[in-house]
Design a protein around this ligand. Sequence first.
Ligand SMILES: Nc1ncnc2c1ncn2[C@@H]1O[C@H](COP(=O)(O)OP(=O)(O)O)[C@@H](O)[C@H]1O
Ligand SMILES: [Mg+2]
Length: 278
Amino acid sequence: MQEGDTVPISGNTTPQTGNVMLGRYRLLRRIGKGGMGEVWLGEDPRLRRQVAIKTLPLLGQSNAEYSRRFEQEARAAAALNHPHILPVHDYGEQVVANGQVVTYIVMAFVQGGSLAERIAMLDHDNRGMPLNDIMSYLSQAAEAIDYAHSLGVLHRDIKPSNMLLRSDNWLLLADFGIARILSEPGQNTQTGLGFGTPEYMAPEQAQGKAEAASDNYSLAVIAYQLFTRRLPFSGDTSYATTIQHLHISTNLFLQLEWHHSYPPVDGPRHRSLQQEAR
Ligand SMILES: Nc1ncnc2c1ncn2[C@@H]1O[C@H](COP(=O)(O)OP(=O)(O)O)[C@@H](O)[C@H]1O
Ligand SMILES: [Mg+2]
């Protein structure tokens, strides 16, 4: 197994249902794999409830500094208490094969999929999203982001796959602080330009200076995507996309090609999008 590999936790085989434990949690099946680890449907036998367990990329040997930082970020995320922020239940570390360490975060399991999946389904059917849904998702996410910012916590990875949807269209923002854990020097993942998905990343964040406005910028990119059905900047490579964000005007609203199926924008909405885009 290489450093930076994600689970298989039990060695070389992907765990089958129900027989792999992380701490007291039983892994049932893998539900997703992102740029930073995997997400598993799990079960908490003590509380008898389903949970989602995110495993982060394998560390080499145990690393006290990483553990301390991880704990700090997990605590900051767990301290967020908002109706549109996915609750963090628990976190832990477990030594697996070859003395490698799996770090994991236990969260509420959300059944309805993510906004990314909803966008992909609509694209597949060549349909736009109903305007009410767009406005509802954007305002739910904005409330969560504003709340976290009021406590001095940045998200750093606002994107549709981190917006989980319940069947009633209730949105839960996931993965607070995870980008920070994984982008610290000394981690296996790349830093700076190569880190994360660049389509939603603000120019200053790509240059290593994330601030509250960077989260707002990412939300504005999502707004652009939902209204126009395409991304504002998208190159053949991550690098090319980042360069576009850095060098092409970031006033997203002025470039927004309103999809013909939506009504004309009104004053307050116009202003708020301009503010998001700075
Ligand atoms: N708490 C959760 N409940 C249900 N599904 C989840 C949860 N967290 C993540 N997922 C799913 O797992 C996928 C992978 O998540 P993640 O590893 O964070 O990568 P990314 O966010 O880059 O897609 C997500 O796209 C989402 O569909
Ligand atoms: Mg995620």
